[in-house]
Design a protein around this ligand. Structure first.
Ligand SMILES: [Fe+2]
Ligand SMILES: [Fe+2]
Length: 250
C-alpha cells in the first residue's frame, strides 16, 4: 500500500482522537443526563474507530519487526517479591508448532471467567479493599497479583506462537469483562474464600489442559504455573486460618 495511504491512516487516527476528546468535553457540560449519555455513546463509537486505525498502524509495524529476544527473569516484572516463591525457573516459552485449538484452550486460561486476567483484577481489588489490620494479607494479595501478571504474559506469548493475537477474550471470542471479579467489598474472609476457590479451579483447569494439549513445551510451562498456583493456594489458606477460622473478621 502507498505511503499516502498510511499518512491518511495516521491523520484519521489523530482526527478520531481529537473527536473523542471533543465529545467527552461536550458530554461533561450537557444540559441533562440523557443528552450526556447519547454524546458519550458517540464518543465510544469514535473510540472504536480510533482503535481500528491504531491497530492498522500497529499491524504495519509488526510486519517489519524482528522477533524480540525475551529477557530471562527470576522476578516478576523485575521487582523482587517478598512472599514465598517457587524456586524452579520458568521453562522457555516455545511451542512445537501453531495450533488454533490449543490457542483457544489457553485463551480460556488467559482471559476467561476464571483466568489469569480475572485473578489479577480480583486479587488487586481485594488488596485495595483489605482493612488496615489485615495489612499483611493486602500485601500478599498484591504480590500474588504480580505473579499472575507473569502467568498472563507467558500465556500471551504462547497464544501468539500458536497463531492467535492474545486479546482479552476467552476461547469462544467473548471479551473479558469486569463482572467476572467477585468483589465482595468489606468482607475480607469471603474474599479470601473466593481467592482460594479461584486457585483451586485454576489448578484443576491447568491439569485438564495439560491432558488435552499434546505439546511438550506448553505442558512444561503449564506444569510450572501449577506449582505457583499451589503455593498461592497454601498462602491464601494460611491467611484464612490466621484471620477467619475463629470468626474474627466475619
Ligand atoms: Fe496464575
Ligand atoms: Fe495463582
Amino acid at each position: 500500500m502507498s505511503e499516502r495511504f498510511w499518512e491518511m491512516v495516521r491523520e484519521a487516527a489523530q482526527d478520531e482522537a481529537d473527536a473523542v476528546g471533543f465529545y467527552r468535553r461536550m458530554a461533561e457540560i450537557a444540559p441533562c443526563r440523557a443528552i450526556a449519555h447519547s454524546i458519550e455513546d458517540i464518543a465510544r463509537d469514535e473510540m472504536h474507530h480510533l482503535n481500528y486505525f491504531e491497530s492498522l498502524l500497529c499491524s504495519r509495524q509488526e510486519r517489519g519487526r524482528n522477533p524480540r529476544d525475551r529477557r530471562k527473569r527470576d522476578t516478576a516484572h523485575g521487582r523482587p517479591l517478598t512472599i514465598p516463591t517457587v524456586p524452579d525457573p520458568y521453562p522457555p516459552i516455545r511451542v512445537e508448532g501453531p495450533n488454533p485449538e490449543y490457542a483457544r484452550l489457553l485463551l480460556d486460561d488467559y482471559a476467561g471467567i476464571v483466568s489469569e486476567m480475572t485473578a489479577i483484577n480480583q486479587y488487586l481489588f481485594h488488596h485495595f479493599d483489605m482493612p488496615e489490620e489485615l495489612a499483611d494479607v493486602a500485601h500478599m494479595l498484591e504480590e500474588v497479583a504480580i505473579v499472575e501478571m507473569h502467568h498472563l504474559e507467558m500465556l500471551a506469548e504462547l497464544i501468539k506462537l500458536l497463531g492467535q493475537p492474545p486479546m482479552y477474550m476467552d476461547g469462544q471470542g467473548l471479551f473479558w469483562n469486569a463482572t467476572y471479579v467477585p468483589y465482595l467489598p468489606g468482607c475480607p474472609c469471603e474474599q479470601l474464600e473466593s481467592d482460594i476457590r479461584a486457585e483451586q479451579i485454576a489448578i484443576e483447569t491447568y491439569r485438564r489442559h495439560i491432558e488435552l494439549i499434546n505439546d511438550r513445551y506448553i505442558r512444561e510451562i503449564l506444569a510450572r504455573i501449577i506449582m505457583d498456583e499451589e503455593l498461592h493456594l497454601r498462602l491464601f489458606n494460611e491467611a484464612y486460618e490466621k484471620y477467619c477460622s475463629g470468626g474474627r473478621h466475619r
